[in-house]
Design a protein around this ligand. Structure first.
Ligand SMILES: [Cu+2]
Length: 464
């Protein structure tokens, strides 16, 4: 038993109790009970996902809801795995654990009153278990340790409609959830809700060690609740490049689960209000016209909103220490201009940082051979160069690459081209690059900034 494991045994006081209870409740033989739960402490790296190795490819997690079948007896077949290597962004990978090989696990959907026959098979190398928040069922019988290679079946009834978390509850639970063993289960009410554009979002935290490539679990950060990532559906900012779509005036229904393991979510959609919030998704508990709703770890909620105007509407946790760690996606209503042409409200409110007299500039579309090539890389929240220098009268081609987790841009404050267009890039998603070309005809010192983070990200362009 290494120190990580000892530390977690001491942090999760339930460990000994639940292991013994598991053994007793399931009638395990002493041999079963001694089946070792490896002490890898989750620093355990699955085969093919060595620390520092390449980040696996990522496909956007489909936020659409699965259909619910007509049959009144539903079969749920789950496989617990601890070899689910995933990407958290384009530079960082994590050796996750999962149900059925995805993080979050598949969205399950049943109807109120359904009999749910559940089979969980442990395909991993250590003990796992299952816990459905949608069920009322004895913990000491059904939510207990399933040893590697074993299968366990039980039946429960989905009596209460809502949106619920399901997860592995094996101690230390912190570790099994932080590694990815959770998903959302939706129980549709007998009386269907109004038709709506529906999406499912699972917020969760990840605690990879510092650096890029495949990482290991940072157990200290996990215990401290200081994640490197807070994300929706398992990947940082994935719905910025692939927004959730809706039409103006259409009812949008978001089924949201906060898997944690530790942080509360202050769920909010920028530019919109929730006309109804159903805590835990209970149709009997609707609250009206709310701005932000707290979703505790282990809880869920259904959010209904209708957005009248075309545009981009970010959804976030309004706990802003965490928003920039990956918890920002977009709802695209109608066919607004692409993100790079959109303008954040903050940009308009930013006072001009430069009092330099507006020099005549010329924005040109082509890149002349004699252009001055310049580079900027943005991270969170810095420019790679705060002092830039250029020659007057000679076209400048500036390439801006966003290597951060947040949206950034580059704006030469207050300066406009010949046609009155501002000299700036669009808002760049993580990983995006844009090149702009412009000419400064008059020597002087000009201020530039990121319109999203003007207080932290600014600098000067000196034209000689
Ligand atoms: Cu587990």
């Amino acid at each position: 038993m290494d120190w990580h494991r000892r530390k977690f045994l001491s942090l999760a006081g339930l460990t000994s109790f639940s292991a013994v209870a598991a053994a007793c409740a399931k009638g395990f033989s002493s041999k079963d009970y001694r089946t070792p739960v490896p002490s890898s402490g989750g620093a355990g790296v699955p085969p093919g996902a060595a620390a520092g190795g390449p980040v696996p490819p990522h496909q956007v997690y489909d936020a659409h809801l699965p259909q619910v079948g007509p049959e009144s007896v539903k079969q749920l077949v789950l496989e617990a795995r601890d070899d689910t290597a995933i990407a958290l962004d384009n530079e960082v990978g994590y050796p996750g654990w999962s149900f059925n090989g995805t993080i979050p696990a598949p969205v399950l959907r049943v109807r109120q009153g359904d009999t749910v026959q559940t089979t969980v098979t442990n395909r991993g190398s250590q003990g796992h278990s299952i816990d459905f928040h949608a069920a009322q069922t004895p913990w000491n019988q059904y939510y207990q340790l399933i040893v590697p290679g074993d299968s366990f079946s039980f039946t429960w009834t989905a009596n209460h409609p809502g949106v619920f978390m399901y997860h592995c509850g094996t101690a230390p639970v912190l570790h099994h959830i932080a590694n990815g063993m959770y998903g959302a289960i939706i129980v549709d009410p007998i009386t269907p809700m109004r038709p709506a554009r529906e999406y499912v979002l699972v917020q969760s935290e990840f605690y990879p060690s510092a650096g890029t490539g495949m990482r290991t679990a940072d157990m200290d950060k996990m215990a401290a609740g200081d994640p490197r990532y807070v994300v929706f559906n398992g990947y940082a900012n994935q719905y910025q490049a692939a927004p959730l779509a809706a039409n103006p005036g259409e009812l949008i229904r978001l089924y949201m689960v906060n898997a944690g393991p530790t942080l509360f979510s202050a769920f909010h959609v920028i530019g919109a209000l929730f006309e109804s919030v159903y805590p835990s998704g209970s149709p009997e508990s609707a609250l009206r016209w709310l701005q932000t709703w707290t979703v505790a770890p282990g809880d869920g909620a259904i959010f209904e909103l209708t957005i009248p105007d075309e545009g981009l509407y970010p959804f976030v946790t309004h706990s802003f220490a965490y928003t920039g760690r990956g918890a920002l996606g977009l709802i695209r209503v109608g066919n607004p201009p692409p993100l790079n042409a959109a303008k954040l409200p903050e940009a308009a409110a930013t006072p001009a940082a430069s009092k330099a007299t507006a020099a005549p500039v010329t924005a040109t579309a082509a890149v002349p051979a004699a252009a001055q090539a310049m580079q900027q890389t943005t991270t969170d929240n810095k420019f790679s160069a705060t002092q830039m220098t250029a020659q007057a009268g000679k076209p400048i081609t500036l390439t801006v690459t966003n290597k951060g987790q947040a949206i950034h841009n580059w704006n030469l404050v207050g300066q406009t081209g010949a046609e009155g267009t501002a000299i700036k890039t669009g808002l760049l998603n993580p990983g995006e690059t844009q090149t702009i070309t412009f000419t400064m005809t008059k020597p002087g010192t000009y201020s530039f900034q990121c319109d999203v983070h003007p207080a932290e990200m600014k600098g000067t362009l000196t034209v000689k």
